[in-house]
Write a protein that binds this ligand. Sequence first.
Ligand code: DO4
Ligand code: MG
Length: 293
Amino acid sequence: MRVIRYIKGTEKQLAAVGQDNQVVDLPYADFMSLVAAAQSNNKTAFDIIKQISLKTAGKPIDSLTLTTPIDAPEVWASGVTYKKSKEARNYEATQGKLDRETFYDKVYDAERPEIFFKSTAARTVGPNDPVYLRSDSNWQIPEPELGLVIDRHGNVLGYTIGNDMSCRDIEGENPLYLPQAKVWKSSCSIGPAILLKEAVEDPYELQIKCRIFRENELVFEGSAFVNQLKRTLNELVQYLIRDNSIFDGTVLLTGTCVVPPNEFTLQDQDHIEIEIPGIGVLSNPVKQSETAV
Ligand code: DO4
Ligand code: MG
């Protein structure tokens, strides 16, 4: 069972999507209101949706204009949680020489994970919105990641897809540039749905796929499973919430495990698709930012 939002007139309408891709409107302002209503009745969001869906006829999801499933007040991200990411970061940091131990080797093995601030609601885009390229980077990639939707206590409420757009040259020049390599206008995309926690038997079995198209040709395709993660999802959440103020509906991205080849960089008008079967396909065109440097 998934939760989406779509554009209805001038509003964002919360809705549930069943296995048959039929959409039923939900009488709640947003995802956290649904969760709060469920909790005040000692139920889960899954129970409430099941009741409503049984009584209501659905409409096909393809007929709707989807938007972010939640206005996540903050998006945080985890780094170097997969071997593939460690290898890619080492390539950036050593200019391909791979001749020394780096901070990335150390953080991959350390007890404390890398957790960084990624985005705010205003910088985060949803399905079919453009993600932007920085004007001062020549080496940019999407980072397809599993996103955890959590409440203020760190309880996982559901799973979504995130794109942690990244500038490999800026981070590779100096890791202290990480905020600029990670955060700019429309550098984060989430959606298209929240797969309810109760609907997922084992999140480590989820598969993450990424496809990049240029002039309608497939120029990159890759996939991996969440079970390749070096750490547990709970460990990442526990480090995020430790001594921190976290807000209901925060999204924690869990790191990338699919990295395009080192010679690849995104271009204006490319098209990115990130798919997690069970959640859907997060599809975004790529747009060059117009700021001159
Ligand atoms: O230190 C860089 C961040 C790495 C990252 O975003 C990832 O592994 O997904
Ligand atoms: Mg990342």
